[in-house]
Design a protein around this ligand. Structure first.
Ligand SMILES: [Ca+2]
Length: 253
């Protein structure tokens, strides 16, 4: 719905512009402005990675790594979660099937390579679901291991070198799609549960690795967004519902 109305607006703008521009002198200037405006909204998807001016996102299935203990759930699978809100984007997600409901060592790493669209401080969040059985507590099946390698510095409480090693990344999607939103790590020996933000550089390539931790933890997509966008993600938030549609994966026909 979002993109439909945007297309219409763009068409109308172009027509307006054609009627208004008469003087050849002003033509170039106006064109440049229009291009700048379009850059702000244009996205491209390369190898399953969606790039915007201020964000990068992807579905876990686009990994080129072996899935190992990750299982792709689709509607033909009896364990596929349909839910009552926004369904898994592209009707698919990855569920980790190793370890146990509390966690375990990092297993079945899946890698993602992306190139940063512009300098910025990027927060990383995921759309996450906990397939809890009856009686299981809301803090089970809710975490993975993550690390990011490449040329960057930290933009959060955790030291840069710590962000390059595996740490638990967790959140809440209690019997519904929610989000993984915080890291668990130590700063000067003190345990901290905080957001993770990376100071990334334009045109640099980064490798993001997710490994399985708690059994059942299910991921629909992963989003890196520039904090200057002013978006917020709180515990339990379903990011597909709380953030604008632009920050969701494109629907593949
Ligand atoms: Ca998905």
């Amino acid at each position: 719905m979002f993109s439909c109305s945007n297309d219409k607006e763009e068409t109308f703008n172009k027509e307006d512009y054609q009627i208004v521009k008469e003087e050849p002198g002003g033509e170039e200037e106006e064109e440049e402005e229009e291009e700048e405006e379009e850059t702000g909204e244009t996205t491209k998807t390369v190898d399953g990675i969606k790039y915007g001016a201020d964000f990068v996102l992807f579905e876990p299935e686009v990994t080129k790594s072996d899935l190992g203990l990750w299982v792709k759930r689709t509607p033909t699978d009896s364990k596929y979660y349909v839910g009552s809100g926004i369904e898994a984007i592209n009707k698919g997600y990855l569920e980790f099937t190793g370890n146990n409901l509390n966690g375990g060592s990092a297993k079945s790493p899946i890698e993602f390579k992306f190139t940063c669209p512009k300098d910025g401080k990027y927060r990383m969040v995921m759309r996450m679901y906990q397939p809890l059985l009856d009686g299981e507590a809301g803090d089970k099946r809710n975490d993975v291991w993550v690390k990011l390698t490449g040329d960057y510095t930290t933009a959060c409480v955790y030291p840069t070198e710590e962000l390059k090693k595996n740490h638990k990344f967790w959140g809440r999607g209690v019997r519904k799609w929610g989000s993984a939103h915080n890291l668990e790590g130590h700063v000067d020996g003190v345990k901290k549960l905080n957001k993770v933000v990376y100071n990334l550089k334009k045109d640099e390539e980064y490798t993001f690795t997710i490994s399985g931790r708690a059994q059942g933890c299910s991921l629909d997509y992963i989003l890196f967004y520039d904090e200057s966008l002013g978006l917020s993600v709180a515990i339990h938030d379903d990011i597909a519902a709380t953030l604008p549609e632009l920050y969701r994966p494109d629907i593949i026909d």
